[in-house]
Write a protein that binds this ligand. Sequence first.
Ligand code: NDP
Ligand code: 8X3
Length: 252
Amino acid sequence: MSDTLFITGATSGFGEACARRFADAGWKLVLTGRRAERLNALVEELSKQTEVHGLVVDVRDRKGMEDAIASLPPSFATLRGLINNAGLAVGTDPAPKCSLDDWETMVDTNIKGLLTTTNLLLPRLIAHGRGAGIINLGSIAGNYPYPGSHVYGGSKAFVKQFSLNLRCDLQGTGVRVTNIEPGLCESEFSLVRFGGDQARYDATYAGAEPIQPQDIADTIFWVMNTPAHVNINRLELMPVSQTWAGFAIERG
Ligand code: NDP
Ligand code: 8X3
């Protein structure tokens, strides 16, 4: 029987690249996202390769998530993998200029959406047992501070610590947990963050040779396929072009 993988946020970027990578390897897929047209097109395309089930649902909608997961056919009763990928950053303004709405959007998506998905799917992962794995999308923003990262970085620090703590409680189940912590990657993430500003998007990646979604998908595929007795706890990736800035000093 094929392994089954559940991916949140499969309509673009890392999630879409993972869907294609795992479909190529014959995994059965459950793909989610809010943009129905994109999701349906991807489900239709990948259904030529493997069994794919699409769920048009917002990870912030607890009832919607409960109903969507309950609606899965019996052939998706156990899961070998979950990729908690749906997430976003809103803006790069300094904290005093930010709206509480934008902060709540990041918390509700990156933290609460990830928790909802994990809580609802844990029984299916534990039912698979040895070899199952949860991959959470953290970020370098959860490891290092930078101006304008405030709630986004805070949400990814939560994801990192939650991933490590979840491992403790899954001891004995065989279910593994990994936090993937990428740096600069080229995807619609920056269009979302900059409110659709294409010029800022272009400037972000110009000449930087950023990591591509395919690189992340290949990394996740490798993590998921390490031997069942191995747990990669955290994996931080950056493009070679990206390092760290120095400390900021205000001079009087
Ligand atoms: P994209 O914007 O390309 O993809 C984000 C995906 O998340 C989309 O499929 C989107 O689908 C989905 N999504 C967003 N909000 C919701 C929601 N409320 N409910 C359901 N789905 C949602 O970004 P990336 O692929 O780059 O990002 C994926 C993850 O990786 C995010 O968690 C991000 O924080 C993280 N990350 C990204 C980095 C980067 O530089 N790109 C670096 C480090 C981490 P839809 O809009 O259809 O709902
Ligand atoms: C996205 C990476 O560096 O823009 O998580 O915060 S960064």
